[in-house]
Design a protein around this ligand. Structure first.
Ligand SMILES: Nc1ncnc2c1ncn2[C@@H]1O[C@H](COP(=O)(O)OP(=O)(O)OP(=O)(O)O)[C@@H](O)[C@H]1O
Length: 226
């Protein structure tokens, strides 16, 4: 369980450009299942996702991960926690051009100091499951949009982190690729992974793979369904 208790996030606090991006959010996110943060642009979805993924700290309030407080941890612990607990799929995928698909997927494992062969086997297993094994040695820039996303998912999963986090994962995908993405998410849920997404996409919000929808408005959680 990931729990937020009275969490607020203010950017540029005390300055004329201060923004209260999250206001007193109290929320429990189940470890089993797929949770989607939805809401209008600027409602705080990405901010909430970044706090849940330990990429940023709340201004006030408390966040716990499986009962352990994480919101007050020093940066070096947060870095370690991110590496072990979370896989991230960014909106722009952030794959590194000039490197092969396989090298990109293996990258997050580099700081763990494992045998390259072990990491490679894990990376290939993920690429195979995502239908990308044949592209493993190609440079990432030759991939199509859907393939790029799947490579980014494989990279997010290479450390076998229990929680997958994705910001607007279907923003640039057509309907067929969105359904493919949802199939992947359903498979991860069945593997026991926690999946947390932000989305405006009605196809995602209505999908059967989704187990909880958190509706946000003006930095507040206004409804939780599921
Ligand atoms: N680093 C930042 N510095 C200052 N303000 C920020 C920063 N990040 C977000 N904000 C502001 O915080 C508010 C919430 O932004 P956030 O990105 O969390 O919303 P969102 O619901 O994800 O929006 P979108 O759907 O457009 O991505 C917005 O007013 C935004 O301008």
């Amino acid at each position: 369980m990931i729990s937020l208790s009275d969490v607020s996030k203010t950017y540029n606090e005390g300055r004329p450009n201060e923004v209260a991006a999250l206001r007193s959010v109290t929320l429990d996110i189940a470890r089993e299942g797929v949770t989607v943060f939805m809401g209008p642009s600027g409602s705080g979805k990405t901010t909430l996702l970044s706090l849940v993924g330990c990429m940023a700290r709340p201004t006030t309030g408390r966040i716990t991960l499986d009962g352990e407080p994480v919101s007050g941890l020093p940066e070096r612990f947060l870095t370690e926690l991110r590496r072990v607990k979370f896989g991230f799929v960014f909106q722009r995928f952030n794959l590194i051009r000039g490197l092969s698909v396989l090298d990109n997927v293996m990258l997050p494992a580099a700081p763990l100091g494992e045998e390259p062969k072990t990491v490679q086997a894990r990376a290939m297993m993920r690429l195979e499951a995502l239908g990308l094994a044949e592209k493993a040695l190609m440079p990432v820039e030759v991939l199509s949009g859907g393939e790029t996303q799947r490579a980014a998912i494989a990279r997010a999963l290479v450390n076998d982190a229990p929680v997958l986090i994705a910001d607007e994962p279907t923003a640039n995908l057509d309907t067929a690729l969105t359904h493919r993405f949802l199939d992947i998410v359903a498979g991860l849920r069945d593997e026991g992974k926690t999946v947390i997404l932000t989305s405006h996409d009605p196809r995602i919000i209505a999908a059967s793979a989704v187990t909880a929808v958190v509706e946000m408005r003006d930095g507040k959680v206004v409804e939780v369904r599921g």
